[in-house]
Write a protein that binds this ligand. Sequence first.
Ligand code: FCA
Length: 339
Amino acid sequence: MGKSIGWRVLLVGLSLLAGCNKQNGAQTGPTTGGGEDKIKIGFVVKQPEEPWFQLEWKFAQQAADKDGFELIKIAAPDGEKALGVIDNLAASGAQGFVICTPDVKLGPAIVAKAQSRDLKVLAVDDQFIGSDGKPMTDVPYLGISARKIGQSVGQALIDEMKKHNWSQEDTAVCVITFDELDTARERTEGAIEAIKAAGFPDTRIFKAPQKTSDVPGAFDAANILLTQHPEVKRWLICGMNDSAVLGAVRATEGRGFNADNVIGIGINGTDCIAEFEKPAKTGFYASALLQAKLHGYQTADMMYNWIKNGTQPAKDTRTIGVLIDRDNFRQVLKDQGIR
Ligand code: FCA
């Protein structure tokens, strides 16, 4: 018994010693501005007005609360801001950040700046593109299985067209595209692929490029297409996300279309909740709900473990989506902790 107490005393002594060493190390090592040891992590998003990004922040905060780090939420709607925030983060003592960049071509500049400020960086949603035009696969990235999710949207549009007994001859597809962003192009290409594979004629699948990846950008793009094709009686609509489809649906409404002759299916599932809650059905029929929790919580948690324990995050993580509509959205959102 006495022996075991002796061991305990020794262990306590050792851990006290370790504590002293740690303190000494902290004194001689780099300080974190405030002189505190609390880890600080930035979470930078390109479009804070999108509910999708607000949810990423919300879930990242849950990781911060669990792990005990400080989360710094920052909006960077343009390139200048995105590079500027790296300096601000470094100045406030952050050791790393998660970012959905407003411009994927800034990848090399973001990485260079992060390295010069000794900050770790993880890309979420939109993968950095290198100076060779290829994805920067050496930067840890968490994004969606874009082509697969796009295919499921395309297939769902065809299934709904059939359920509605629409004839193929009267129907056309409006694809709101944003090809400068890889994850967007993969989604819309996937949708087109599935629609064609179901036997829908290529000649009635129309691309409408959006200049900005938001509701007004999609609205303008769809309006141009609708002007060009007054003969079309029924529209199937897809795009890179909910905002793209919402913009296009609003454009069809401006020309007298409604839920009887428009079927739009979005992606995100988070930016269409108000639409589903409207008392009357609209042409926005369904959405592929993505896993905002993994995008926000897991990326922040991976960054924390990288800083704290040196655990390298996986280089490429892809998440999936599930289809939600007016009938099931309440339950699914509840199950996923979104509502
Ligand atoms: C991109 C889109 C967002 C969301 C995310 C997963 O960043 O802009 O709306 O779909 O990918």
